[in-house]
Design a protein around this ligand. Structure first.
Ligand code: FES
Length: 150
């Protein structure tokens, strides 16, 4: 081309690069896997573990309910604070439920659903995992769109 105007290929390269950059910025962070040892976790005991997602520090909760494990993000669906005050205490006094120290919500251990307190009917965010022996391999999936629901 001799006109001095950019040809179509140049435009495609320019806009293609911008689109690629926008897509990369909008893409959720790739899932990572966190190892959580649970061999010493008795029934109705919970263990907190740290993880990072989208530039934020969080903790997760792994709980043993009569030999079945469940894993959640330690973040209340009422106000997005951890259930504990940094002391790792996320269980009700009788260990039958999770307890949010902020406003007293209680959550079922096996479903994460709140059955008493301000976020009644809403649930803790569940994290998928695979159990291999005495270790849970927890996948830190991207945050669900619109979480927490209000
Ligand atoms: S922040 Fe958990 S009940 Fe309000």
């Amino acid at each position: 081309m001799t006109s001095g105007a950019p040809d179509d290929d140049d435009d495609d390269d320019l806009f293609g690069a911008e689109e690629d950059a926008e897509a990369a910025a909008a893409a959720p962070s790739a899932p990572v896997v966190v190892e959580v040892p649970v061999g010493d976790l008795a029934s109705f005991e919970a263990r907190l573990f740290p993880f990072h997602r989208d530039g934020w520090e969080h903790t997760g909760i792994a709980v043993n309910v009569e030999g079945r494990f469940h894993v959640y993000v330690n973040r209340c669906p009422h106000v997005p604070y951890p259930l504990d005050f940094g002391d790792g205490d996320v269980m009700d006094t009788d260990r039958s439920a999770f307890f949010c120290q902020n406003h007293g919500a209680r959550f079922d251990l096996s479903t994460g659903v709140c059955f008493a307190g301000p976020p009644r009917g809403r649930a803790l965010e569940r994290l998928p995992f695979a159990q291999v022996g005495e270790t849970l391999y927890v996948t830190i999936a991207p945050e669900p769109p619109g979480w927490p629901r209000s």
